[in-house]
Design a protein around this ligand. Structure first.
Ligand code: SAM
Length: 244
């Protein structure tokens, strides 16, 4: 339950330098949010592709979020040590070789995770219009209709997502459950601040690598592949409005 979780009362209260020490002092905020990130496959795939973008996963399960935290910490250490000269003789062999400039993201410095119930506390983490991408990848289906209110896409929550997303920002949803796909799609379609964004159109504007990662990078997505299940993608753009 939530009482054991420590929530920031507002995004302003978060010290992001503890999450992204390599970006401390840059004023950067997380721009990509992976809601229910599970074991972190999306974050780890996107990290090197978007070196200037900070990304945050939200995961409610304690062990899983701890696992992702440890996984990111290990990747940072491994990537950083890979930059060191392998041995004294190796560096002596190339004394004039310039130090390779490696962007911080190559060290997985631009990804982090919080243990959080995103359905209750997303606005505590993300300021108005701070996000350019919001991911809901293979969310729990909550099949029974009395459990539909537990679904991560609902009119109330869509208002929060629209608040956190900047105009032009994209909501990416994917699931192997057709009924959940139709549910997410119809709710997003009905919500005035979102418009459907066709996969081909998104690829044409350079978001192909993101869409590829949405399909294939997560642990759940890989499981669906192993089981030869279908994957249903639905993306929506946060529209611009004149006055807000
Ligand atoms: N997105 C990951 C993937 O594709 O591999 C995980 C998919 S898994 C089926 C759904 C995840 O959402 C689980 O790890 C679950 O703990 C998490 N989750 C469910 N409700 C949540 C909530 N309210 N806030 C944060 N995470 C939640």
């Amino acid at each position: 339950s939530d009482h054991s979780l420590d929530y920031p009362s507002s995004p302003r209260d978060i010290d992001w330098s503890t999450h992204y020490p390599a970006y401390a002092g840059t004023g950067k905020l997380p721009e990509f949010a992976d809601v229910g990130c599970g074991f972190g496959g999306l974050l780890i795939t996107l990290a090197p592709l978007f070196p200037d973008t900070l990304m945050l996963g939200m995961e409610i399960r304690v062990q899983v979020s701890q696992y992702v935290e440890d996984r990111i910490a290990a990747l940072r250490v491994t990537a950083a040590s890979a930059d060191q000269p392998a041995s004294a003789s190796a560096s002596a062999a190339a004394p004039t070789a310039p130090a390779t400039a490696v962007s911080p993201s190559a060290h997985y410095q631009n990804i982090s995770i919080v243990r959080a119930n995103a359905m209750k506390f997303l606005p505590n983490y993300f300021a108005k219009h701070s996000l350019s991408a919001l991911f809901f990848l293979f969310p729990d289906p909550h099949f029974k209709s009395r459990k539909h209110k537990a679904r991560i896409i609902s009119p109330t929550l869509l208002a929060e997502y629209a608040y956190a997303l900047r105009p032009g920002g994209i909501v990416y949803t994917i699931t192997d459950v057709k009924d959940l796909h139709e549910w997410m799609r119809s709710h997003l379609e009905a919500f005035p601040l979102f418009e459907y964004a066709d996969e081909e159109a998104l690829r044409a504007e350079g978001k192909g690598p993101i869409i590829d990662a949405v399909y294939t990078s997560t642990e759940e997505g890989k499981k669906v592949e192993r089981n030869r299940g279908d994957k249903w993608l639905a993306c929506f753009r946060r529209i611009e409005v004149q006055r807000e």
